[in-house]
Design a binder for this molecule. Structure first.
Ligand code: ATP
Length: 226
């Protein structure tokens, strides 16, 4: 479904990615891992055309999207939950969800079923939500676009433990529903049991790919600082 091969990406003159390879099959949950500053967010930005790759190739569902405009990439069925969980703070929860709606199985009622808190707070301004609720809303907004692939950058970063559990429960529901998911998160204890495959980045390069059970203590130590 998604194939990233050998991408190099720059911020102005400064190179951040030096040959990232990343593949994801339909229905898979792939964990994109690596220490801070190793290129996870930049890889995601390249996939979405926000910081386009200068070399290499990115294909989604058989189409070359390497240099496609972000709005066209999104329309092909890529949904992003960015780091920092952006939503329209001056709109209500429900307005936020409806603002991104596109036809498909993910409807308002289905999203509210996955996140009952969003249903309870449907008439509140997004501004008044807690950080965790805003993350749920950000995921809900991405779901409302009816993506074929959902990409979450720092899914549970900075959230209270009870909210983290709710997000992980929701991710499990999405996976069971057959959604393909690319996920960045630092809590390996939660991430590894749910991932079908892991991809590790080190200094802007893919250095390891495999199933979570193949991830040895030595690899964890070397690349993840665990
Ligand atoms: P984190 O877990 O801290 O979010 P990350 O793995 O997502 O890290 P990136 O944010 O992709 O890493 O950063 C990769 C490299 O690109 C780092 O060296 C970083 O300093 C650099 N970088 C990121 N954003 C910018 C920017 N806007 N301008 C210049 N350099 C940047």
């Amino acid at each position: 479904m998604l194939s990233v091969s050998g991408i190099n990406t720059y911020y102005g003159p400064s190179q951040a990615l030096f040959g990232v390879d990343l593949n994801l099959q339909a229905g898979e949950l792939v964990a994109l891992m690596g220490r801070n500053g190793m290129g996870k967010t930049t890889s995601i930005r390249s996939i979405f055309g926000l910081t386009p790759a200068r070399a290499g190739r990115i294909e989604f569902a058989g189409q070359d999207i390497t240099r496609m405009a972000p709005h066209r990439i999104a329309r092909l069925g890529l949904g992003l939950v960015p780091e920092g969980r952006r939503c329209f703070t001056n709109l209500t929860v429900r307005e936020n969800l409806l603002a991104t709606a596109r036809p498909g199985d993910w409807t308002l009622s289905r999203v509210e079923e996955v996140f009952p808190r969003l249903a309870e707070r449907r008439h509140q301004l997004a501004l008044t939500l807690s950080g965790g609720e805003q993350q749920m809303l950000a995921i809900g907004r991405a779901l409302m676009t009816n993506p074929r692939l959902l990409v979450l950058d720092e899914a549970t970063e900075g959230l209270a433990p009870v909210i983290r559990q709710e997000i992980w429960r929701a991710i499990a529901i999405l996976k069971d529903a057959g959604l393909s998911i690319l996920l960045v998160d630092k809590t390996l204890r939660e991430l590894l049991p749910r991932a079908d495959r892991c991809i590790i980045l080190e200094k802007g390069k893919t250095v390891w790919t495999g199933e979570p059970k193949e991830l040895s203590e030595e690899i964890k130590n070397r690349y993840l600082g665990v």
